[in-house]
Design a protein around this ligand. Structure first.
Ligand SMILES: [Zn+2]
Length: 502
């Protein structure tokens, strides 16, 4: 049974609407426990209400399922781990025929050998009853084809808030499964929405020659982790995609004229209005921010605090230090490079307002600049995809983007800059818990606390932005190669009682 389920799973992995992990444990998630065979597998097909408009394909195996109380076609497809499309095709059913199905009708289920119990919506409701009551949100039971990202869009909730409330770990595609409850913060149970049965929001894309998952993420503004989840891909499969392969791009819409683009969320539309009003998000604004020239109205929008948090958050939770301020030819690199992996999150080092999010500044690839209280700015470059738009407010630790290698870059990393009062500053002493290096080590150096938003501590070194000796703003940064310049003398063991800023 499990063998068969796995085979079915394999066959449908690309076309069917599988959730992440559905194929890894098919016996549990895709096909519920089988009950004894009650009907002959070899019985000739006797489809219900078949208009026979389209000839049904001839699968090598099938069973006849008798529709039980409260079972919908969707429940049946889901319980057998096949798609609605295949189920309908096998019975020659059109969308209008579905309502003619009733309790006791027999339906042919292709590609399976045993009749199974079908889980209905009332079964799922019963499971819901057993969940502890909530005061800060409501349960949404994950359906076929739904993921964290689908729900983030459906409820217009930041993905970060969903992960946090459900205690999911970051920096990996979330291990959520069909049929499992997920807490949607900030809504009532009556506001739980039903996503359309069997319909996934997105488009199927055929990979062209040389195209990578990063290219797709970048062109369609979809997160790599989201693409992985929607296509049940492992990290190994991501690097092995080939031309002609079909990849589902979730949340992307086709306008019917061949133009495909990411759907905008309500949050993004609101941010755009703010950005227009403040003059943020433009290439001109980016130019000013890069040089620490921050308009008073931007500082006001960032939130005027009397005292600062004092430290910065390390922007990539598992990221490691590659090279720092004043490195590179002639010491031009007034930034820090932090190596990460594809799909890892890039987080705001402090709260503020997004001043720029785009790829129009040469060399930086997908880049984000955040304006903070007091007028200081942090910059995050080479992202595979940016999640926030100019005008959006972000909190400290809020997810901004996904680590990537866009722009002049030769490997996944974040080029991080701290800009204040017309100069670039060395962020190293400001990271809470220190600068992370390999194997629990930290970069050697002192820690500084920065409280006054308008003044920088004397021990934080700042200098004017320099161009690369070859005239570029950013060199072709290769994190693997650059990391080799860090010697054992540069790092120390992290103290045992260190509380790393996650
Ligand atoms: Zn750099």
């Amino acid at each position: 049974m499990q063998e068969r389920a796995r085979a079915v799973c394999y066959v449908f992995a690309w076309s069917a609407l599988l959730l992440n992990g559905a194929c890894k444990d098919t016996a549990k998630s895709a096909v519920p426990a089988a009950k004894p065979v009650t009907q002959a597998a070899a019985a000739p097909p006797a489809p219900v209400a078949a208009p026979a408009a389209r000839p049904a394909p001839a699968p090598e195996a099938s069973v006849l399922h008798t529709i039980g109380d409260g079972e919908t076609l969707w429940d049946i497809a889901r319980s057998y781990g096949i798609t609605m499309k295949d189920l309908m095709a096998a019975n020659g059913l059109g969308t209008r025929d579905i309502r003619r199905l009733h309790k006791g009708s027999q339906i042919k289920v292709p590609g399976v050998k045993e009749v199974v119990d079908v889980e209905t919506s009332s079964d799922r409701a019963a499971q819901r009853q057993a969940l502890p009551p909530l005061t800060d949100g409501a349960y949404h039971i994950l359906h076929h084809g739904e993921s964290l990202w689908t729900l983030a869009r459906l409820y217009d909730v930041p993905i970060e808030a969903l992960m946090q409330r459900n205690g999911l770990s970051e920096d990996s595609p979330a291990p959520v499964r069909e049929g499992e409850p997920l807490i949607i913060p900030g809504i009532k149970q009556s506001q739980v929405k039903q996503s359309k049965e069997g319909k996934r929001d997105g488009v199927m894309h055929e990979v062209s020659r040389g195209e990578t998952v990063w290219d797709l993420a970048h062109s369609f503004q979809v997160s790599v982790a989201e693409i992985m989840t929607a296509n049940a891909m492992t990290a190994e499969e991501v690097v092995r995609i080939h031309d002609g392969q079909k990849i589902f791009l979730p949340g992307v819409e086709d306008d019917g004229r061949g133009h495909v683009q990411r759907k905008e969320s309500a949050q993004q539309r609101r941010a755009q209005a703010v950005a227009r009003r403040l003059g943020l998000g433009t290439l001109e604004a980016a130019g000013l921010l890069l040089h620490g020239l921050v308009e008073p109205r931007w500082i006001k929008a960032a939130g005027e605090e009397k005292t600062l948090a004092g430290t910065l958050r390390w922007p990539v939770a598992q990221g490691i230090y590659v090279r720092g301020f004043g490195s590179g030819q002639g010491g031009y690199h007034k930034a820090m490079d932090i190596m990460g992996k594809m799909g890892w999150n890039v987080r705001a080092s402090a709260g503020g307002i997004v001043g720029y999010s785009g790829n129009k500044v040469s060399g930086f690839g997908n880049m984000i600049m955040v304006v903070h209280s007091g007028g200081w700015v942090t910059l995050y470059a080479h992202n595979s995809v940016n999640f926030v738009a100019a005008g959006e407010r972000v909190s400290k630790g809020g997810v901004l983007a996904e680590v990537g290698s866009t722009g002049r870059s030769q490997g996944p990393h974040v080029h991080f800059e701290l800009i204040f009062d017309g100069k670039n500053c060395d962020p190293a002493p400001l990271f809470k818990g220190g600068v992370h290096y390999h194997k629990g080590k930290l970069l050697r150096g002192s820690q500084v606390v920065w409280r006054d938003p308008r003044k920088r501590p004397a021990s934080v070194i700042c200098a004017r932005r320099q161009k690369h000796p070859l005239g570029q703003t950013v060199d072709a940064e290769n994190p693997d190669k650059d990391a080799q310049h860090v010697s054992d003398a540069d790092v120390v063991d992290a103290p045992a009682n260190a509380s790393p800023d996650p």
